[in-house]
Ligand binder design. Structure first.
Ligand code: ZN
Length: 649
C-alpha cells in the first residue's frame, strides 16, 4: 500500500519534445529612429544585468582558481618555483616587445626589424617551454589524491556561481533568480576551459519569454498566434500583401505586424513592462507547429545594429518538407578550394537516388540534378562582383585613415606648444595604429576634452557635412567631409554590402540543397568543427606565403562552410554527421591512407592501388561509406523548455 501510494505521487514523465526550429524576423526600424516602440529602457536594463551576471561568474571562477593555486603552491614548493620562472620569462618577452615597439614608433616603422623578431622569437620559445613545464607540474599536482580534500573546501566556497554551469547561465539569463537556481542545479552541458575575460559590452544579446497559449486554443499554432491567441502577447497585423508567384514559384502572404510582449514577469510586485516592435512576417512557421518561445535579439556589427524577433517553434513530426523522397543517400564534402571557375564549396557523391516524381512547391528555379556525383562552385565573376566591392570600400577607408593619421601627426608636430599631455600620451604609438577604432576613440575623448587652438584639427577629425550639388528634387545633396563621419558612413555601407553578399550565398546554398533533397532523402556531413578549424588555420599559417594565406582566408569567409553545413542539416529529410578526420587523405578504393600536401596535390594517385581521384571527390565517397556510423541530426530531443515563471515562484 505504502509503495503504491508513493508510485502514485510520482510526477508524470515529461512529454518528449519534438524537433524545434527558430524562425527569424527582422525588426523594422533604424539607427536614427530606434527599433523598440516601447520598453527600450527595460531591454537595455536586462541586457546589462545579463552581462553583469556573466562577468560575476567569470570573476568568481578566476578567484576560485587563484585560491586553488595557493593551496597547491603551499604543498608543492617546486610548482611555485616553476611558476616564478614562467612569469619571469613572460615578462622578459613583453619587455623585448615593448622596447622594439618604442624604437619602431620613433622610426615610424610598422614592423619590427628581423633581428628584433628573431630575439623575441627565441625568448618566446623559452617562455613556452617554461609554461609547458609548469602546466605539466600543475596537472600532476591536481591529480594527487592528497590535495583533493583541501581543494574540496575551496570549491564548496564557490558553488552557486560554478563556472562549469556557465552554459546554463547563458540559457537562463532572462529568468527569475529562483527559476535560474532550478536550471543551474542541472549538470548537463557544463563548460570547461578558461573563464572569459569580463566584457564591457555584449555584441549579441537577447531577451525573451516563454509564451503561453490562450485557454481555449489547444496549440499555439502560427495562425492562432497571428489572430492574437497568445495570452501575454498582442499581435496586430498592420498590413498584408501577397507576393511571389514568378518563375512558377508559390505565392505567399507577407504581413507587417506590431507585436507587444512583456519583458518582465507579472509576479514580482512591479508593473509589467512591455516591449513593442514592428516586424515583417515574411513566412509563417509550417502548419501544425506550435510556438514555444519568443526572443528579441540584438546584434551589433561594427556601427550597424540589427534587431530580430526569434520564434522558437516545435513540430512533433519534424520539419521535413513535402518534396522529400523515401530513399537515397547523398554525402557532401564542404570546403573552399580555389578552382579555375571559382570557389568550389561542395563536392557530393550519392547512391540510391529516388526516381519518383516528388510533389512540392517550386520555391526557386532549380538546377536539375541527374548524376550521382558533382560539385557546387560559386562562380568567380559573382564572387568578385559581390565581395570585392566590400574590399574596395575597405581600401577607401584605409586610405582615409592613413591620410587622417598623417595629418594629425603633422599637426601635433607643428602645435607641440598647445598639445595637452593626455593627447601626446594617447598618440604616442599612433604610427602603429592599424584599426580606425583607435582613432575613433581618440576623437570621442577629444570631444569632451577640447582645448584652445584645436578647432581646425578637431573639426577635420570629427568630420562635417557639406553641400555638394543639388538633388533632382531640388533638395541639397549633403556629403561628409573630414574623417570620422565619412569613415562611419563607409563602414555602414560596407556592412550592408556584406550582408547582401551573404544573403545571395545562402540563396545559392538553399537552392542546391533543395535540388539534391528531391532525389535523396538523407544527407551525410562531416562532423568538422568549422570555427575551430578556422582558428587553428589562423594560428598555423606559414609566414612565408602571405598571398596564398590571404586567398585561402578570403575564400573560407566567402564559402562559410559552417553556415552551409547548418543549412544542409536542416533542409533534408534526414541528416547524419560522421567522423570527418582524414577523409581526404584516405583512398576511397582501397582505404590506404598516406600523408601529402593537400594544397599542392588536388588530384591524387593512390600509392597502393593507383586509383586517381580528386581529393574532394574522394572525401565525399569516404563520407558516404561512413553512413550509419555517426549521429543523426534533428532526432535528438530538443533541450528541455525553460520553466514557466509563474509556476516557479
Ligand atoms: Zn588506393
Amino acid at each position: 500500500m505504502e509503495l503504491h501510494r508513493k508510485k502514485k505521487q510520482k510526477r508524470p514523465p515529461k512529454k518528449k519534445a519534438g524537433p524545434t526550429k527558430r524562425f527569424v524576423y527582422k525588426v523594422h526600424g533604424s539607427l536614427a529612429h530606434g527599433f523598440l516602440l516601447e520598453g527600450a529602457e527595460e531591454f537595455e536594463n536586462q541586457v546589462a544585468c545579463q552581462l553583469e551576471l556573466q562577468n560575476a561568474v567569470g570573476n568568481n571562477e578566476r578567484h576560485r582558481r587563484s585560491l586553488c593555486m595557493e593551496v597547491l603552491r603551499e604543498r608543492y614548493p617546486n610548482l611555485a618555483h616553476l611558476e616564478c620562472e614562467k612569469d619571469r620569462l613572460d615578462a622578459e618577452v613583453d619587455a623585448l616587445r615593448d622596447a622594439a615597439k618604442a624604437r619602431n614608433a620613433q622610426a615610424r616603422r610598422k614592423r619590427a626589424t628581423p633581428e628584433e623578431s628573431a630575439a623575441i622569437r627565441a625568448k618566446a620559445a623559452e617562455a613556452k617551454a617554461a609554461r609547458e613545464a609548469f602546466q605539466a607540474a600543475k596537472e600532476a599536482a591536481y591529480a594527487d589524491p592528497a590535495v583533493k580534500d583541501d581543494l574540496k573546501a575551496v570549491n564548496e566556497h564557490a558553488d552557486w556561481l560554478d563556472f562549469r554551469k556557465y552554459n546554463h547561465l547563458k540559457r537562463t539569463r532572462n529568468m527569475s533568480a529562483h527559476s535560474r537556481a532550478i536550471v543551474m542545479a542541472d549538470t548537463r552541458g557544463r563548460r570547461a576551459g578558461r573563464p572569459p575575460k569580463p566584457k564591457t559590452e555584449e555584441v549579441e544579446c537577447r531577451v525573451g519569454l516563454q509564451i503561453k497559449r490562450a485557454r481555449l486554443a489547444p496549440l499555439l499554432t502560427p495562425e492562432v498566434f497571428l489572430a492574437g491567441g497568445a495570452r501575454d502577447c498582442q499581435v496586430t497585423v498592420l498590413s498584408e500583401n501577397t507576393v511571389g508567384g514568378s518563375n512558377g514559384g508559390v505565392t505567399y502572404t507577407k504581413r507587417f505586424c506590431e507585436i507587444r510582449f512583456p519583458l518582465t514577469s507579472r509576479n514580482r510586485g512591479y508593473p509589467i513592462v512591455y516591449c513593442k516592435v514592428r516586424v515583417h512576417i515574411h513566412r509563417l512557421p509550417p502548419r501544425g507547429s506550435a510556438i514555444k518561445q519568443l526572443h528579441l535579439h540584438r546584434a551589433k556589427r561594427g556601427p550597424s545594429v540589427r534587431y530580430e524577433l526569434h520564434l522558437s517553434v516545435e513540430k512533433k513530426d519534424g520539419f521535413a518538407k513535402p518534396d522529400v523522397p523515401d530513399t537515397g543517400v547523398v554525402a557532401i564534402n564542404l570546403g573552399w578550394r580555389q578552382t579555375e571557375d571559382g570557389i568550389r564549396v561542395a563536392t557530393w557523391h550519392a547512391k540510391g537516388a529516388s526516381t519518383a516524381e516528388v510533389a512540392g512547391p517550386a520555391y526557386y528555379p532549380l538546377q536539375q540534378v541527374e548524376t550521382d556525383s558533382g560539385s557546387l562552385v560559386l562562380p568567380q565573376a559573382e564572387v568578385d562582383r559581390r565581395w570585392r566591392y566590400v574590399e574596395e570600400i575597405q581600401s577607401r577607408r584605409d586610405n582615409l585613415f592613413n591620410e587622417a593619421r598623417a595629418r594629425l601627426a603633422e599637426w601635433l608636430g607643428a602645435n607641440a606648444s598647445i598639445v595637452p599631455a593626455w593627447l601626446a600620451e594617447r598618440t604616442r604609438y599612433m604610427a602603429q595604429w592599424k584599426a580606425s577604432r583607435n582613432m575613433e576613440e581618440l576623437v570621442v575623448v577629444w570631444g569632451v576634452r577640447r582645448f584652445a587652438g584645436d578647432e581646425s584639427m578637431y573639426r577635420y577629425l570629427h568630420g562635417y557635412e557639406v553641400q555638394r550639388g543639388v538633388r533632382p528634387d531640388g533638395r541639397p545633396r549633403m556629403l561628409f567631409e573630414g574623417w570620422m563621419l565619412q569613415d562611419r558612413h563607409l563602414a555602414l555601407q560596407m556592412e550592408g554590402q556584406r550582408q547582401r553578399a551573404n544573403r545571395w550565398r545562402d540563396y545559392v546554398y538553399r537552392r542546391f540543397a533543395i535540388a539534391l533533397r528531391r532525389r535523396y532523402r538523407k544527407v551525410i556531413l562531416a562532423n568538422t568543427n568549422w570555427a575551430r578549424l578556422a582558428r587553428n588555420e589562423e594560428k598555423d599559417k606559414p609566414e612565408d606565403n602571405k598571398s596564398a594565406n590571404e586567398t585561402s582566408r578570403w575564400n573560407r569567409r566567402v564559402a562559410a562552410p559552417g553556415r552551409f553545413s547548418k543549412i544542409l542539416g536542416e533542409m533534408f529529410g534526414e541528416a547524419e554527421k560522421v567522423e570527418g578526420k582524414n577523409i581526404t587523405q584516405t583512398c576511397s578504393e582501397c582505404l590506404h591512407r598516406d600523408a601529402f600536401d593537400a594544397k599542392a596535390e588536388v588530384v591524387r594517385t593512390c600509392h597502393r592501388c593507383e586509383a586517381v581521384a580528386d581529393q574532394d571527390a574522394r572525401a565525399a565517397r569516404n563520407l558516404l561509406a561512413k553512413e550509419g556510423t555517426g549521429t543523426l541530426l534533428g532526432v535528438e530531443p530538443a533541450p528541455a523548455p525553460e520553466p514557466e515563471e509563474e509556476e516557479a515562484v
